[in-house]
Write a protein that binds this ligand. Sequence first.
Ligand SMILES: *[C@@H]1O[C@H](CO)[C@@H](O)[C@H](O)[C@H]1NC(C)=O
Ligand SMILES: *[C@@H]1O[C@H](CO)[C@@H](O)[C@H](O)[C@H]1NC(C)=O
Ligand SMILES: *[C@@H]1O[C@H](CO)[C@@H](O)[C@H](O)[C@H]1NC(C)=O
Ligand SMILES: *[C@@H]1O[C@H](CO)[C@@H](O)[C@H](O)[C@H]1NC(C)=O
Ligand SMILES: *[C@@H]1O[C@H](CO)[C@@H](O)[C@H](O)[C@H]1NC(C)=O
Ligand SMILES: *[C@@H]1O[C@H](CO)[C@@H](O)[C@H](O)[C@H]1NC(C)=O
Ligand SMILES: *[C@@H]1O[C@H](CO)[C@@H](O)[C@H](O)[C@H]1NC(C)=O
Length: 364
Amino acid sequence: MPPSPLRTLASRLFAAAALLLPLVAAQTACNGHEEFCSRSYSNVSIIGAHNSYGVRAGSIAANQNYTVETQLDDGIRLLQVQGHMNGDELHLCHTLCLLLDGGTFTSYLSTVKSWLDSNPNEVVTILMVNSEGISPTVWAQSYKDSGLDSYAYTPSSTPVAYSAWPTYQELIDAGTRVVSFLAQNADTSSVPYLLDEFTNVWETPYGQTDNSFPCTVDRVTGSSDNKMYLVNHYLDVNQTILGTTVPVPATSSLEETNAVNGTGSLGAQAETCLAQHGYYPTFTLVDYYDVGNGSVFEYAAKLNGVAYTPVEIGNGSSSSSASSGSSSGNDSSASTDSGAAGLSAQAGLAAVGALGALFAAWAS
Ligand SMILES: *[C@@H]1O[C@H](CO)[C@@H](O)[C@H](O)[C@H]1NC(C)=O
Ligand SMILES: *[C@@H]1O[C@H](CO)[C@@H](O)[C@H](O)[C@H]1NC(C)=O
Ligand SMILES: *[C@@H]1O[C@H](CO)[C@@H](O)[C@H](O)[C@H]1NC(C)=O
Ligand SMILES: *[C@@H]1O[C@H](CO)[C@@H](O)[C@H](O)[C@H]1NC(C)=O
Ligand SMILES: *[C@@H]1O[C@H](CO)[C@@H](O)[C@H](O)[C@H]1NC(C)=O
Ligand SMILES: *[C@@H]1O[C@H](CO)[C@@H](O)[C@H](O)[C@H]1NC(C)=O
Ligand SMILES: *[C@@H]1O[C@H](CO)[C@@H](O)[C@H](O)[C@H]1NC(C)=O
């Protein structure tokens, strides 16, 4: 007896569904991994680009080789920036816009917005250093002007305990794929999505010139209990410029610093942290994430207990050498760029008397 038409149809549908399953699964991966979908935001370790906008070949004030678009393409999911007022515009600059001007925050966020538009299963975190104490409403204006506010995550109450963060799938389903922290001067009663960093996150010490990278609680508001944490894993070296000692990225040690294991490596610090605090960091901030050819992402995969799939790092034309045409940099001072020599020769810089104060926040 031949199978009933209904049965045939059912079995065909079943076969079709089985064929489609892997495709659906691939599409529903969260930040590239299906495993992350059901995990809470706090329980997935991501890599951050320290001074993400700080792209300038040869400049000692730079911290990255590639622009934010390439950073995101390569797997960076935490973007750390520093904001300063340049006239009446909020710019991303390292300590002083004269040293390194990464363009307007609005322009930077517009690039992030476009990237998120074309990558619907990705969650990105933005950490804003606000040493000038610029009003959250000014920061928020750039979110509005770029349209990124439409992706901003607002928790029902803040601070959010480690265990209370939503899952990746929840963030993606709600379309709230941007988690934002302001390091200073947050005010969630005026801008609910610009969360206060240090009541939600604690940090290890920054500006380290010794590769032992301790995992002590350095900056936090209140207790570090039940909070996510950020590891500052970038090595500096003291350099004397115009008689002032300035910490600059220890570029000759980058291979070891960005390595998965070994002395001074990412892995070594994470194990120190695990031993001391009982859980892994949610955020790890690095300089020149590309050096090591993906080792920083291999480290994250290891912490997350997922397979590491190498991708070509720095693919694309948005390296610092492509400067003026790059999508995120609006480097008005690019013409004065000739590395450290150009920097110290800058008349404006020499005119600034209080070099100590100028560089005080340098390493942050
Ligand atoms: C996620 O949580 C599990 C269970 O507590 C833990 O074993 C794992 O190390 C955590 N992963 C990260 C990256 O926090
Ligand atoms: C880039 O900088 C120039 C000069 O300051 C300004 O006129 C222009 O609007 C800026 N463009 C963006 C995209 O920020
Ligand atoms: C670099 O300078 C800082 C601040 O002056 C100091 O604490 C640190 O020990 C110095 N590091 C080295 C390796 O000399
Ligand atoms: C990235 O920057 C580091 C540090 O300055 C340098 O050693 C490396 O050659 C750069 N890589 C590229 C591709 O520009
Ligand atoms: C790093 O880990 C790999 C694989 O586990 C091992 O073969 C290698 O010896 C380790 N390197 C260091 C410097 O510990
Ligand atoms: C970097 O990694 C990619 C992906 O694994 C690989 O194709 C490439 O050959 C590597 N480049 C170097 C210089 O090791
Ligand atoms: C490099 O980028 C091009 C253009 O975006 C893309 O077609 C290609 O697949 C990428 N290659 C790798 C190895 O990621």
